[in-house]
Write a protein that binds this ligand. Structure first.
Ligand code: C2E
Ligand code: MG
Ligand code: MG
Length: 644
């Protein structure tokens, strides 16, 4: 507060000095015709004092500019200068009223009154010195007027005293006003400081918030475009990549890599192990991509992404002729992932199906991933890296139609069964009948089971279809027996997918709990049941089936994963050697059949030869020791008249 008042005083002091100077010069001029030297002496002394005051003022103002603080010593000298100036005017008033008459006397009174009036404002910040100055200006002249004893001067003197009193009050009020306004300005400043510090705080908070929002946006971006588990681009990220970079026509190949039997790893070894497999595959793909990207001629651009679940995308852009071909990259991918890996303390190898599509085979870049997926579907069957061809699109369309229509076909009588005899090799008498399904599609005509069974397996309809076939077989069995005039067993083909259904054995038990004797049923399974991944479950199911009294045959023997050591472990009654061996002219195949018969005999397993088309073949098989025969030579699969 003191500092602000001081500043206010300095500001007005300069004005006061100027007014003072003007008044000195004016009064000197008005009184200059006086013969006495008093006025000139007074004027000289007053101007000297004004100069000194001015010098003191400059000194104090400079000090204030440097320190911005109130200094008592400066205040003292300035106040002293002011009071001295007041003293000079007091002397002039005292002497002048007495010495002059008329206009000059009047001029003195006017100048003194005007200066006193002005001082109530300009000196309002100087509480005591200001009042002293006003009193020094007015009172001596008033006293002199009162001393004259002249009536009108007396009145003027009294008025002057009242005037001085009013000016004291006015000065005091002005002083209070100055203080209050300074106080208000200071509290406003405090308020302003508070507001600006709040604004600063707000700004800081805003900055932190903005940083957090930015961080959060990055997180969201990461989540949106990257896969958390592997750190690879996710499906969105891959799409974005293609969208962002675009595709240079004719040089891009997209590989869709699907891990075969990943579900078994997850189910058998746990989800953590599954995650480890996915991470390791991701690392291998990334390593391969960065290895290919190191092409010194910049011929290659590879990117890796996780398509979802157990599927990955390998994006290969061939920018120059020196780069590897897509076929070579496909083989590298397969080899890389096939290599053994350590997972949860075990060494495992992961099989992959790889579907690929090169841009020149793709009508629209948006379809790249779809076509790669179609090719991957093909790869699932062949086990090789399969490149998309336009014909596959048609196949896929047909497959999709068949899968949809098959669901309805079972219920609306489009499916039927045929029976195919299996005879004794010795006398060709009927031993059993294999039940095969047939589908008469209303628009597409007869569909072979070679086509619709895989579709049923893929779409899951095989379970319903399989149940239906078993029922049909059980229903046909008494009639077949009647026709043959001897006991006849019925054989049904059962898919691995069907066998692995948890309730398959229970259902079989239920089906055979009525009039039908389980001993009259044969289950034909292909060699896929020997695959290592499912062997434990298969074993369990087969022993239960065997317990029921149902016979178990291995179909198409020799085409898949057969191994006699596996056959020893399982309750197998017979093996059906695939027709490819029977119909082949190659002598080596005869040797194989011989060996199979030899081992099977030791294991007490019967051998059936399928695909017999001639007397010759039938005789040869009998000679080799095959127990039963099946083939067109003994009649083609045929419908049962009464069942139709
Ligand atoms: P499969 O079980 O090995 O059946 C034998 C197939 O070979 C039958 O073809 C039969 O018509 C054919 N065949 C039999 N003897 C000869 C012959 O002397 N020469 C020639 N060239 N072929 C012969 P089909 O009926 O087309 O069945 C094909 C495959 O479809 C079957 O092979 C079986 O694996 C599957 N299948 C058929 N019906 C069903 C079914 O109801 N369920 C399941 N899961 N699979 C079935
Ligand atoms: Mg069969
Ligand atoms: Mg067969």
């Amino acid at each position: 507060m003191l500092e602000r008042i001081w500043r206010e005083s300095l500001k007005n002091y300069a004005v006061g000095l100027l007014v003072n100077l003007a008044a000195i010069l004016a009064i000197t001029y008005i009184l200059s015709d006086d013969t006495s030297r008093f006025v000139l002496n007074w004027s000289g002394a007053a101007l000297t004092l004004t100069t000194l005051r001015f010098a003191q003022f400059l000194h104090a103002a400079r000090r204030y500019r440097q320190t911005h603080t109130f200094l008592l010593v400066d205040s003292f000298y300035l106040n002293l200068g002011l009071v001295c100036a007041g003293g000079f005017w007091a002397v002039l008033g005292w002497w002048g009223i007495d010495h002059y008459q008329g206009a000059q006397q009047f001029a003195i009174i006017v100048i003194l009154a005007a200066m006193a009036g002005g001082a109530t404002g300009t000196l309002s910040s100087l509480k005591i010195a200001g009042k002293a100055y006003i009193l020094l200006l007015v009172l001596p002249a008033c006293i002199r007027l009162l001393q004259t004893g002249i009536h009108s001067y007396l009145t003027l003197g009294v008025l002057g005293v009242i005037f001085a009193w009013v000016m004291m009050i006015s000065h005091q009020n002005n002083y209070k006003l100055v203080r209050r306004s300074i106080g208000l300005a200071l509290s406003n400043k405090g308020l302003l400081d508070e507001v600006s510090s709040m604004a600063e705080e707000l700004k800081q908070e805003n900055d932190t918030l903005e940083a957090r929002v930015e961080e959060r946006s990055k997180d969201l971006l990461r989540l949106a475009y990257y896969d958390e588990l592997t750190g690879l681009l996710n499906r969105h990220g891959v799409f974005n990549l293609v969208k962002y970079f675009g595709i240079t026509p004719g040089n891009v190949t997209v590989f869709l890599i699907n891990l075969a039997r990943f579900k078994q790893i997850n189910d058998g070894m746990g989800h953590e192990a599954g995650d480890m497999v996915l991470r390791q595959v991701a690392q291998r793909l990334e390593a391969l991509a960065s290895q290919l990207n190191q092409d010194i001629f910049g011929n290659v651009d590879c990117q890796v992404g996780r398509w979802g679940g157990d599927e990955f995308i390998f994006y290969f852009s061939r920018l120059g002729d020196g780069a590897l071909t897509p076929q070579e990259v496909g083989s590298l991918l397969k080899d890389e992932i096939n290599q053994r890996m350590q997972v949860a303390g075990k060494t495992i190898s992961v099989d992959v199906n790889i579907g690929a599509v090169s841009e020149q085979d793709c009508d629209n870049p948006n379809n790249l991933f779809l076509y790669a997926d179609i090719a991957a579907g093909e790869a699932r069957q062949s086990g090789h890296v399969v490149f998309f061809t336009p014909g596959m699109r048609e196949q896929l369309r047909r497959k999709t139609t068949l899968a949809q229509d098959l669901r309805m076909a079972i219920g609306n009588g489009q499916l039927s069964i045929v029976t195919h005899n299996i005879v004794s090799a010795e006398d060709h008498s009927l031993a059993s009948c294999e039940i095969l399904s047939r589908w008469a599609h209303p628009e597409l005509g007869d569909i072979s089971p070679v086509e619709f069974i895989p579709v049923a397996e893929e779409s899951g309809t095989i379970v319903e279809l399989g149940d239906w076939v078993i029922h049909q077989a059980m229903a046909a069995q008494p009639q077949l027996e009647r026709m043959a005039g001897k006991p006849v067993k019925v054989a049904v083909n059962v898919s691995l997918y069907q066998l692995l259904q948890e309730d398959f054995v229970d259902k079989l038990m239920l089906f055979t709990s009525g009039d039908f004797a389980p001993q009259n049923l044969i289950v034909e399974l292909t060699e896929s049941v020997f695959h290592e991944d499912e062997i434990a479950l298969v074993k369990q199911a087969l022993f239960k089936i065997k317990q029921l009294g149902v016979e178990i045959h291995i179909d198409d023997f020799g085409t898949g994963y057969s191994s006699f050591s596996r056959i020893c472990e399982l309750p197998i009654d017979a093996i059906k050697i695939d027709k490819a061996f029977i119909q082949s002219e190659d002598e080596k195949n005869i040797a194989i059949i011989e060996a199979v018969v030899f081992i099977a005999r030791r294991l007490k397993i019967r051998v059936i030869a399928e695909g017999i088309e001639s007397q010759d073949q039938a005789e040869k098989m009998r000679m080799l020791g095959v127990n039963e025969l099946q083939g067109f030579f003994f009649g083609k699969p045929a419908a049962l008249p009464s069942i139709q």
